[in-house]
Design a protein around this ligand. Structure first.
Ligand code: UDP
Length: 258
């Protein structure tokens, strides 16, 4: 157990993951947003990270990525592997907190409280479709703006200006890990939002281009297998999973012998 800045965290191979249920995560995000939105500009932006086992392995290899995770306000276990890994390491995370489900609930709160999200990422046209779908789902939700995620270095200034000029409260960055986390960290001092979060392929799902695994598969922790079947190109990325499992087992074994 860890307690970085009063938080109850679990050390999963060097990454501090918050020990929260989905409900607690939603409450934490809402209260971070409420306190930042109430304060005047200049208040610190919160970065929420939804971590999977592949990202844990990345953090072990890239100190700058590990530092971004360590500086986040909240790190939730997006992948079931992180929950299982914590248990094998002799600790406990109550449940998987899938980023897309967390954000769905946060967007419901945005609709209620008048907070305006900006959707950044995915292929051209997808963020617009996701925005329309989210507005149908959450009555009253106002979207501050959208921009696709395929811009080059020269276009970056224009993207940042667009975000600044629309004064959003929440920034969802859907450019895949670790690109989205690096992007948020690089621009956090310029982003005028209360909170930013990397949401991976969520815009593709909300826009209806990608379907999620059936509920039963999600409940038994097999969403990753469904995604692999639907998008076989993910196999290369998934090579990190056996390495994660082996590293967890070796930590457990050597710790048990001490
Ligand atoms: N993407 C992007 N810009 C890029 C590369 C990727 O906006 O330069 C988008 C891509 O179109 C997709 C998302 O990032 O919508 C990544 O989705 P993926 O399912 O790979 O992410 P995961 O949920 O696995 O992190």
């Amino acid at each position: 157990m860890g307690s970085a800045s009063g938080r109850d965290t679990v050390d999963v191979l060097g990454v501090a993951v918050d020990r929260v249920t989905m409900l607690e995560a939603v409450e934490r995000v809402e209260s971070m947003m409420a306190s930042s939105v109430c304060r005047q500009s200049g208040s610190e932006m919160h970065h929420v990270v939804t971590v999977n086992s592949e990202m844990v392995m990345m953090a072990r290899e890239r100190p700058d990525f590990a530092q971004i995770l360590a500086q986040a306000s909240l790190v939730v276990p997006d992948g079931i592997g992180v929950v299982w890994g914590a248990r094998l390491l002799g600790d406990y995370l109550p449940e998987r907190v899938a980023g897309i489900d967390l954000m769905d609930q946060v967007l419901a709160a945005c609709a209620k409280r008048g907070w305006r999200p900006f959707l950044l990422g995915a292929a051209p046209g997808v963020a617009e479709q996701a925005a329309a779908a989210l507005q149908r789902r959450h009555a009253g939700l106002e979207i501050a703006g959208v921009h696709h995620g395929y811009f080059n270095h020269d276009e970056e200034a224009t993207v940042l200006e667009q975000i600044e000029s629309t004064s959003p409260d929440l920034l969802l960055v859907a450019m895949g890990a670790p690109r989205q986390e690096y992007w948020i960290a690089r621009h956090r001092h310029r982003l005028p939002v209360a909170l930013a979060v990397g949401v991976g392929g969520s815009l593709d799902v909300w826009a209806g281009h990608v379907t999620r695994a059936p509920r039963w598969m999600r409940e038994v922790g097999l969403e990753w297998a469904y995604r692999l079947l639907r998008q076989p190109r993910r196999i290369l990325r998934m090579a990190a999973l056996p390495r994660f499992a082996l590293t967890v087992l070796s930590h457990r074994f050597f710790r048990g012998r001490r």
